[in-house]
Design a protein around this ligand. Structure first.
Ligand code: FAD
Length: 286
């Protein structure tokens, strides 16, 4: 379908984007456009004005600080996939970026756009949950930080309000190094029918703990906290507990259903993806 006529402004700063949003209730932020523009073509979204933040230098790039990595919201999937700093310090991010859609989508789509849109089958939600990341959101009243656990509030719904901008994603350091991301791709879009992000940390005496993020299976990505409780303990015991951890992760989960995967199939895929991710995370990295 052909998009309807729409006003467009390229913001010169986050502050300018916020004031345009405040003055125009029908305006919407545009980042990579790989979700918003298809929705406009289908008339599922009808903003009167697009406020382009995709090229703002203050929203792009990856900065390493002593206790966290800070990722600009307009950083593309491809930039995250290629980042040498992330490969070394937070390898879960490039792992997941590499399996998002195809190179065209990865070159334009941004982590911020994906997080704000909160598609239940998107990849980044599982990753930020497993990484224990915090999202920095700015509005005219100031900035606030929201932990990933509180960011995804429902079906295609995030904590970011229409008059706010997600500016940065903060990933605490040191990040877990035993990580894995396993995804069953939808054969046409590449979105996750079911995917699991696992991050396990082992401290010197062999004590392990971890976080598990699941996407694709339910109406919003979620942290499998009951499964994480079973994961915690002696690292050498985890391999024996993998099946119990997988069982715990999907108790009480109401699965999504669509033409491609009914609920039972989706849950089964989620279990397989999580089991594979756990086993991969337990392997020593070469
Ligand atoms: C063919 C195809 C295949 C895809 N496959 C996958 C896949 O396998 N996995 C996956 O995870 N995704 C997939 N996607 C989605 C892709 O990753 C999108 O790029 C992403 O979801 C949205 O990012 P964007 O930068 O394009 O956002 P946009 O489309 O520009 O914006 C999306 C929404 O977020 C809002 N927004 C954007 N940035 C901000 C911000 N910083 N602050 C506040 N609001 C903001 C916009 O107003 C809009 O509502 C696919 C898309 C296509 C077209």
């Amino acid at each position: 379908m052909i998009p309807y006529e729409v006003e467009y402004v390229r913001a010169g700063s986050v502050q300018q984007a916020l004031s345009v949003l405040a003055q125009n209730p029908d305006a919407k932020i545009l980042a990579g456009g790989h979700t918003l523009l298809p929705m406009m073509k289908l008339r599922l979204a009808r903003p009167a004005l697009l406020v382009d933040i995709g090229r703002l230098p203050e929203l792009r790039g990856i900065a390493v600080h002593q206790d966290a990595i800070s990722i600009g919201s307009a950083t593309t999937h491809a930039e995250l996939e290629a980042s040498a700093e992330l490969k070394q310090l937070a390898p879960l991010f490039p792992l997941a970026a590499s399996v998002i859609a195809d190179p065209t989508v990865r070159n334009r789509g941004t982590i911020g756009g994906a997080l704000v849109h909160a598609d239940p089958s998107a990849d980044w939600p599982a990753v930020v949950l497993a990484a224990g990341a915090e999202m920095e959101i700015v509005g005219e009243q100031g900035a606030r930080r929201i932990p990933a656990d509180e960011f995804f509030v429902g079906f295609m719904s995030s904590a970011v309000q229409p008059d706010e901008v997600l500016t940065r994603i903060h990933v605490p350091l040191p990040a877990a190094t035993r990580v894995a991301y396993r995804k069953f791709r939808h054969p046409s879009s590449g979105y996750a029918v079911a995917a699991a992000a696992v991050a396990i940390d082992v401290v010197n005496d062999g004590y392990a703990w971890g976080r598990i993020g699941i996407t694709g299976v339910a109406e919003a990505a979620f942290r499998a906290t009951s499964a994480e409780a079973l994961l915690e303990g002696n690292f050498t015991d985890i391999a024996d507990k993998v099946d119990a951890i997988v069982d715990a992760a999907f108790v009480d989960v109401s699965p999504l259903e669509d033409n491609f995967a009914d609920g039972a199939y989706r849950l089964a895929l989620g279990r397989v993806m999580l089991k594979r991710a756990l086993l991969e995370a337990l392997e020593p990295r070469g």
